[in-house]
Design a protein around this ligand. Structure first.
Ligand SMILES: [Cu+2]
Length: 171
């Protein structure tokens, strides 16, 4: 009888390693009156995926949903002490492309996205999420996105407010 709880614990342990990313509510700031959302997007926040992550997420383990026509501000910073990184909005695609030369929406990328921003530099990216659809926030330094440096970015025709939530990894 005493063994039962222990066995349950052991059986549950492998699931813990697949637990969803912890999302800090402070990463998302919503101004409903202005139809504007600000998102803290830190490249290489953790060592996950060799630093090739946004807010610790890679391979789609984080999903940003924004109502169509809202203004989006990405407060991008590169916390990775080794690699340069960028962010670009691209159409969702499997397989994830090795490189993409221009964003899916005007202004929806950091400067020189194929070169990326060096360690400890930042840039605010502002654009209007005009067209509903499935997109990614993708690092456009060649190879990074295909290696998993992307998260889901859904522009929704029905969502009432923005949302940032952990989602199962798909790559
Ligand atoms: Cu990168």
């Amino acid at each position: 009888m005493r063994l039962a709880p222990l066995l349950l614990f052991v059986a549950a342990a492998p699931l813990a390693s697949q637990s969803l990313l912890k999302v800090d509510p402070a990463w998302l700031k919503t101004d409903s009156a202005a139809k504007k959302v600000e998102v803290t997007l830190t490249a290489g926040l953790t060592a996950t995926n060799g630093g090739m992550n946004f807010d610790g997420a890679s391979g789609g383990s984080l999903t940003l949903t924004v109502p169509a026509k809202w203004t989006v501000v990405l407060h991008f910073r590169n916390n990775d002490q080794v690699l340069p990184h960028s962010v670009m909005v691209i159409p969702a695609a499997i397989p994830v492309p090795v490189s993409v030369s221009r964003p899916a929406m005007p202004h929806a990328a950091t400067r020189n996205p194929d070169q990326g921003l060096s360690s400890d530099t930042h840039e605010d990216v502002q654009f209007v999420a005009e067209q509903a659809g499935a997109y990614y926030l993708y690092c456009a330094v060649p190879g990074h996105g295909a290696a998993g440096m992307w998260i889901h970015f859904d522009v929704s025709g029905t969502a009432a407010r923005p949302e940032l939530m952990a989602t199962p990894k798909s790559q």
